[in-house]
Design a binder for this molecule. Structure first.
Ligand code: ATP
Length: 793
C-alpha cells in the first residue's frame, strides 16, 4: 500500500466512493448520449429539409422579403439546435474524460465554525443526481486553490465574495484508472513526490500532457496570476514553463468563461512543430485550443509579399556555420545585435521625428508611361499638411487626394486614342455590361432616353476604369509611400542615420550598410531587419492592432529581441502578456529581452510587471540536471527533482566511422530497452541531414526540418535549435567535440540540446570533447573511449 498512515478501511471507503461517482458518471453519459443522438438527428434532418421548408421566390419584390424572413427564422432554429448539440456534445466528452479518472485529489477543509467538508478535485466539476452537492470540484474552482497552495493546518482561499478562512485537515492524492484506485497517499508541504516520481518516470510522449494533478506551488502562482498586465517567468530548462502556460490558459478560460473565448488567447511558439506538440493539452482539459502562431508566421503574413524574408533558422544556420574573421561574419553578428536592440528602436523613432519635417519618399503615380502625379508634387502636398498631423494620418489624406486626382485623370483619359482602339476589341458580353450600367444610370437620373454618344462614353469610361483598377488599388494600399526607399535611406545616407540615432552606431556600420542595401536591392530582407522594417512601415501607414486578443503568451521568450516584444505589445493593445523563457537557452545572436529586465519592465511599467522564477527542474533525472547545470551561469541555483537515472555518458571516438557505428549500436540497444522517443541532436541542419543519410539504412529515422509540422514517437534526427521546447526519453548528441561547441555563443545551444533528455543522455564526440563538458566535475559523468576497431569488426 502506498502512503504511510493509510488504513485498509480508508482505502475501502475511497474505493466505494469512486464506484459511486463512476455510477453517476455512467448514468450521465447515457442521458447525454441519448440527447446528443436526438439533437444530432434533428440537426441532420433539418439540414436536409432546410430548403424544402422555405419558399423561394425571388421574382416579385414582396416575395423576396418574405423569403428572406422565412430563411432567417429557419436558420435561427437550426443554429439554436446546433448550439445545443455542441453543448451536449461538450458535456458528453467531459463526462467521458471524467470516467477515465474522476478525480486526483481530496482536501478536507473546515471553514471556521463549520464542520469539515470533503472536496474532491478533478479536471471538471460533477454534481450529484439532484444537483445539490459537488461530487467533484473543477481544479480551477476557488476552493481548489487550497490543494495547490496550502498545507494541512490553518488555511484560506479567496472567492469572489471574499476570503474564506478555516483549517485544512487532510490532503490526499489519487491515481485512478478504470474505476480503480491505483495509488493513494496523504501529503504535506509539496504535492506528493511519490506521484511526481510516478508521472515523471514515464516515457515521453509525442504530445505534451496536462499536469493538473501535480501542479507545484510556484507553478500555481503562474497559473492563477491575475495581478499584473505583464507576467515574466524565468525558469530553468524543464521547470514547467510551457506546462504552466497551458494550464494558465485553461484556468483563464474557466474563470472568465462568460467573457473570454479561446480565440481571444494567442500563443507564440518557437516553431511549427511545437504547435502540434502542445496542441492536445487544452482539449485534454476540456477546453478549446487557443490560437497558435510563430513570430515568423506573422512577419510572413505582413511583409511576405514585399520581400523574400529570411527566417530565424536560416539566420541561425549562418551564425553557427560561419567563423569570426570570415568576410562579413563579424559585421553581420554586430548587425543582428544592433538591429534587435532598443538603441535601434530609438533610432527608428528618431527617424520618424525627422520625417515629420522632411525627407519622406514617394513613388509617382504613373499610367502607361504618363506621370499623373509626380513624387515631388506628392511630397509637397504631404509637407503642406499641418505639421501636428501624424505621418500615418497625412498618408491617409494623401490617399484621398490621389484617388481624386486619379478620378479626374480617368475622365480626361476617355478621349485618348488607345481607348477607342480598345473599344473596338470589346465583345458582346462587354456591351451587355455597358448597357446594363447605362440603364442603371438613366434610372438614377430619371432619364428615359439614351443616345449613341452616351453609350460610347459609358463604354469608354468602362475601358479606362478597368485599366486603372490596379492603380486605384495601388493607391488605396498606400503603395505610393516608398517604405523600402525610406528604410534603405537609413543605410544609404549616413548623416540621416547619425541624426536619427543620436550618433550611437555600431563600429562596422559601413559594412552593415553595404550588405543591408545589397539585400534590399535583391528584394530580400534579413531576419534582423524584418521587425524594424515592419515597425517603420506601421509608423508611416498606421499601426495595425488586434483588439480582440486578451491574452498573449510568449513561449521561449528569451529568443525575442526587445524590438519584437515592443512590437507585440503594440499589436495587441488590450491584451495581458505572459512571457516565459530561460536566459540559459537564449540561442540567437541577438540580444535577449530577458537579459534586459529593465527594458522588459518598461514595456508595461514596473507597477504592471511581475516576475516569477522557477528553479526546480522536472524533466530530467537528477544525474542529467547535475551534469547540464554546471555548464551555465547561475546553474547552481537549478534544483533537480529527485529522480534517479544513469550518469550521462561522454563517448569519444577517434574517427567518424567509429562514431557512427557506436551510435548505430546504441540506437539498437536503446530500442531493445524500450526507449520510445529518441533524438539524435545535431548542431546544424546540414549535420542532421548527413547523419540521417548515414544511419537511415539501418534504422527507421525521422529527419526533422524547420518545416516539419508534427512530432511522433520514434527516432528523430534534429538540429538543436529545432528541439527547443520538446523532450525525448533519450538524447544522443551527435558530435559535441571541441570543434563543434567551443564558442561562447554555442554554450547555450549545447545546454539546450542536453536538457531535452528525460531519462538518458549520451554525448558523442569526435576527438576532444567541448570545453563545456570539461567544465563539469568528472564524477558527474562517465567517459567511454570508443574503439576504432569496432568499425571493422
Ligand atoms: N508539476 C508538474 N507535474 C508533472 N510534470 C511536470 C510538472 N511540471 C513540469 N512537468 C513535466 O516536466 C517536463 C518539462 O516541462 P515543460 O516542457 O513545461 O518545461 P519548460 O520549462 O517549458 O522547459 P524548457 O524551457 O526546457 O523547454 C514536461 O514533461 C512536464 O510534463
Amino acid at each position: 500500500m502506498n502512503g504511510l498512515d493509510m488504513t485498509e478501511q480508508s482505502w475501502k471507503d475511497e474505493q466505494n466512493r469512486v464506484n459511486h461517482v463512476v455510477e453517476v458518471i455512467d448514468k450521465r453519459i447515457k442521458g447525454l448520449e441519448r440527447e446528443v443522438g436526438s439533437v444530432r438527428t434533428d440537426v441532420v434532418e433539418m439540414r436536409r429539409d432546410f430548403w424544402d421548408d422555405v419558399t423561394i421566390n425571388f421574382s416579385e419584390a414582396d416575395d423576396v422579403g418574405e423569403t428572406s424572413t422565412s430563411l432567417r427564422q429557419q436558420s435561427e432554429v437550426l443554429s439554436e439546435r446546433e448550439r445545443s448539440h455542441k453543448h451536449s456534445f461538450a458535456a458528453l466528452s467531459k463526462m467521458k474524460r471524467l470516467r477515465q479518472s474522476p478525480y486526483f485529489g481530496r482536501i478536507d477543509f473546515a471553514e471556521t465554525g463549520e464542520p469539515a467538508e470533503q472536496i474532491y478535485l478533478g479536471i471538471a466539476s460533477l454534481l450529484d443526481q439532484d444537483d445539490q452537492t459537488f461530487l467533484v470540484y473543477d481544479w480551477r474552482a476557488p476552493i481548489s486553490n487550497l490543494y495547490y497552495d496550502s498545507t494541512p493546518g490553518p488555511a484560506s482561499y479567496k472567492t469572489p465574495v471574499g476570503e474564506i478562512a478555516g483549517e485544512m485537515l487532510l490532503k490526499r492524492q489519487f491515481v485512478i484508472r478504470d474505476s480503480q484506485i491505483k495509488l493513494m497517499f496523504d501529503t504535506g508541504v509539496t504535492i506528493g513526490d511519490e506521484l511526481l516520481q510516478e508521472v515523471l518516470g514515464r516515457s515521453s510522449d509525442a504530445q505534451m500532457k496536462s499536469i493538473v494533478a501535480t501542479i507545484q506551488r510556484e507553478q500555481n502562482r503562474i497559473i492563477r496570476n491575475e495581478r499584473s498586465r505583464m507576467l515574466i517567468v524565468q525558469g530553468a530548462a524543464g521547470s514547467g514553463k510551457t506546462s504552466a502556460a497551458l494550464q494558465r490558459v485553461a484556468y483563464l478560460l474557466y474563470k472568465y468563461r462568460e467573457h473570454l473565448q479561446a480565440d481571444q488567447v494567442i500563443l507564440f511558439s518557437p516553431n511549427p512543430m511545437f504547435n502540434s506538440y502542445v496542441s492536445t493539452v487544452l482539449p485534454e482539459l476540456g477546453e478549446e485550443n487557443m490560437q497558435q502562431t510563430t513570430f515568423q508566421e506573422y512577419l510572413e503574413h505582413r511583409i511576405g509579399r514585399e520581400f523574400q524574408l529570411e527566417d530565424p533558422f536560416v539566420q541561425m544556420e549562418y551564425v553557427l556555420s560561419g567563423e569570426s574573421g570570415q568576410p562579413g561574419y563579424d559585421a553581420r553578428i554586430e548587425a543582428i545585435r544592433y538591429k534587435s536592440s532598443s538603441l535601434y528602436i530609438q533610432a527608428m523613432n528618431g527617424y520618424r521625428n525627422m520625417l515629420l519635417a522632411e525627407g519622406m519618399l514617394f513613388r509617382p503615380l504613373r499610367f502607361q508611361g504618363k506621370e499623373i502625379v509626380g513624387r515631388e508634387e506628392i511630397s509637397k502636398r504631404f509637407y503642406a499638411y499641418d505639421s501636428s498631423i501624424t505621418l500615418a494620418n497625412r498618408c491617409d489624406l494623401l490617399r484621398e487626394w490621389l484617388l481624386k486626382e486619379l478620378a479626374d485623370f480617368s475622365k480626361r483619359e476617355v478621349n485618348e486614342p488607345w481607348v477607342e482602339e480598345q473599344m473596338q476589341l470589346l465583345d458582346s458580353e462587354d456591351y451587355q455590361i455597358a448597357y446594363q450600367r447605362m440603364r442603371r444610370q438613366n434610372r438614377k437620373k430619371n432619364r428615359t432616353f439614351t443616345d449613341y454618344e452616351d453609350e460610347k462614353l459609358i463604354l469608354a469610361r468602362m475601358v479606362v476604369s478597368d485599366r486603372l483598377k490596379p492603380l486605384r488599388k495601388w493607391v488605396k494600399a498606400l503603395r505610393f509611400v516608398d517604405i523600402k526607399g525610406l528604410y534603405a535611406q537609413l543605410f544609404a545616407n549616413k548623416s540621416i542615420m547619425l541624426q536619427a540615432s543620436g550618433g550611437d552606431l555600431p563600429a562596422s556600420w559601413d559594412e552593415i550598410c553595404r550588405f543591408t542595401l545589397d539585400n534590399l536591392e535583391k528584394g530580400e530582407l534579413a531576419y534582423e531587419d524584418a521587425t524594424p522594417y515592419l515597425y517603420l512601415r506601421e509608423q508611416l501607414l498606421g499601426f495595425r492592432s488586434n483588439g480582440n486578443i486578451r491574452h498573449v503568451f510568449i513561449d521561449e521568450a528569451q529568443d525575442y529581441s526587445p524590438f519584437q516584444l515592443f512590437f507585440l505589445k503594440r499589436l495587441f493593445p488590450r491584451a495581458r502578456m505572459t512571457a516565459l523563457g530561460d536566459l540559459n537557452q537564449a540561442i540567437y545572436a541577438h540580444g535577449s529581452i530577458l537579459q534586459q529586465t529593465s527594458t522588459l519592465s518598461q514595456l508595461y511599467g514596473q507597477e504592471e510587471t511581475e516576475q516569477i522564477t522557477l528553479t526546480q527542474s522536472y524533466r530530467s533525472t537528477r544525474q542529467i540536471v547535475d551534469f547540464t547545470r554546471q555548464m551555465v551561469e547561475g546553474g547552481e541555483r537549478i534544483v533537480p527533482f529527485n529522480r534517479d537515472g544513469e550518469l550521462p555518458e561522454i563517448r569519444i571516438a577517434g574517427e567518424q566511422a567509429a562514431l557512427n557505428a557506436a551510435l548505430s549500436a546504441d540506437l539498437d540497444q536503446l530500442k531493445a530497452e524500450g526507449y520510445e522517443t529518441i533524438a539524435i541532436i545535431c548542431k546544424t541542419a546540414e549535420e542532421s541531414r548527413l547523419t540521417y543519410e548515414t544511419l537511415k539504412k539501418d534504422h527507421e529515422l525521422k529527419l526533422i526540418k524547420k518545416t516539419t509540422l508534427s512530432f511522433e514517437k520514434g527516432i528523430h534526427v534534429i538540429p538543436a535549435y529545432l528541439a527547443k521546447g520538446v523532450e525525448f526519453d533519450a538524447v544522443l548528441i551527435y558530435d559535441a567535440s571541441e570543434e563543434r561547441y567551443r564558442r561562447e555563443s554555442e554554450r547555450k545551444l549545447f545546454y539546450t540540446a542536453c536538457t531535452r533528455a528525460m531519462h538518458l543522455l549520451h554525448v558523442y564526440s569526435l576527438g576532444e570533447p567541448s570545453p563545456f563538458i570539461k567544465a563539469v566535475k568528472p564524477e558527474d559523468y562517465r567517459t567511454v573511449e570508443l574503439e576504432t576497431s569496432r568499425v571493422n569488426g
